[in-house]
Every structure is written in structure tokens, then in C-alpha cells.
Design a binder for this molecule. Structure first.
Ligand code: 4NP
Length: 153
């Protein structure tokens, strides 16, 4: 299973989602791949936001080695599951995706709150990194539960 986490800048939410998922894969001994990207080009090559780095570190997760990159159309073939943080990211990805890719693209909180269309709020201006961490931690736990039933790796 290859999972891509997607937000807007690839410096706050999706790097955290990647780091949290990597720690779950380690915890459960799963040989999956996880990566992250942003729909915008604004922060290409940058380290994650220090507030994301700090909240991850508090939870023994290291994300400071990640570097921001932009989502590209090749990602639609490369990954099995493309998880958007909010509706804007979701719509951006759907815009470049063909109908054959549609089934791979989901809002990440669908796993935690099925059918509710909830978003991971953008913490860049307003903060709330602890809340974002908790949402992503719980969502990643559900994703692992859901998909490890379907596949061994
Ligand atoms: P992210 O947060 O999408 O979770 O990485 C943001 C980062 C940067 C900006 C917006 C959101 N920005 O406006 O530069």
C-alpha cells in the first residue's frame, strides 16, 4: 500500500500526517510507503513548519528531515491512496485526476467520521497544532485498521 498525504503548503498538516503514519507503520510492522505533498508551489524545498516539528517531537516523531514538494499528476498513478486534508485540496486533486483515479482520492477524516465530510483545519495562521495532531493520529489509526484487513503489505 502506497499512501500520499496532501495539504496546501506541505509544511504543516501533511508532513505531520506522513510522520504519524510512518510511526504507525513501524508500530504495526507494516511494509507500506507514505509520502506527502502540497497542492501549492509556495513552500517547495522548505522544512516543515517549526510548530509541526515541535508537536511531532513531543510525541517522539521526527519530521524535520522532510522537504516540501508540490503534488504532481504522476502521483495519481504512483500511489494507491491519496488523502486530502480539506475540501480545497481534495477538489484540486480531483481536477487533474481522471475517472480511473477517482476511487483513490479521499478526505482523510472520512476514516474517522465516515460520511461527515469533515476537514483537518489549516493551522498556518490560526494555530491549533495539538488539535491537528490528535485528528491525524486518530485518523491514521483507523486507516491502518481499515486497510491492513485488506492487504498484508
Ligand atoms: P499546510 O498549511 O497546507 O497544512 O501546509 C499551510 C501552509 C502555508 C500556507 C497555508 C497553509 N500559506 O499560505 O503559505
Amino acid at each position: 500500500m502506497k499512501i500520499l498525504m496532501v495539504c496546501l503548503g506541505n509544511i504543516c498538516r501533511s508532513p505531520l500526517a506522513q510522520g504519524i503514519m510512518e510511526s504507525k507503520l513501524h508500530k504495526y510492522g507494516l511494509d507500506w510507503e507514505v509520502d506527502s505533498s502540497g497542492t501549492s508551489a509556495w513552500h517547495i524545498g522548505e522544512r516543515p513548519d517549526s510548530r509541526s516539528v515541535d508537536i511531532a517531537e513531543k510525541n517522539n516523531i521526527r519530521i524535520s528531515n522532510q522537504r516540501a514538494r508540490q503534488f504532481k499528476s504522476e502521483d495519481l498513478d504512483r500511489f494507491d491512496l491519496i488523502l486530502a486534508m480539506d475540501t480545497e485540496n481534495y477538489n484540486q486533486i480531483r481536477k487533474v485526476a481522471g475517472p480511473e483515479h477517482a476511487h483513490k482520492i479521499k478526505m482523510i477524516l472520512q476514516y474517522l467520521y465516515p460520511g461527515e465530510n469533515r476537514i483537518v483545519p489549516d493551522p498556518y495562521y490560526d494555530g491549533g497544532f495539538q488539535h491537528v495532531f490528535d485528528l491525524l493520529d486518530n485518523a491514521c489509526e483507523e486507516i491502518v485498521k481499515h486497510h491492513s484487513k485488506q492487504t498484508e503489505n
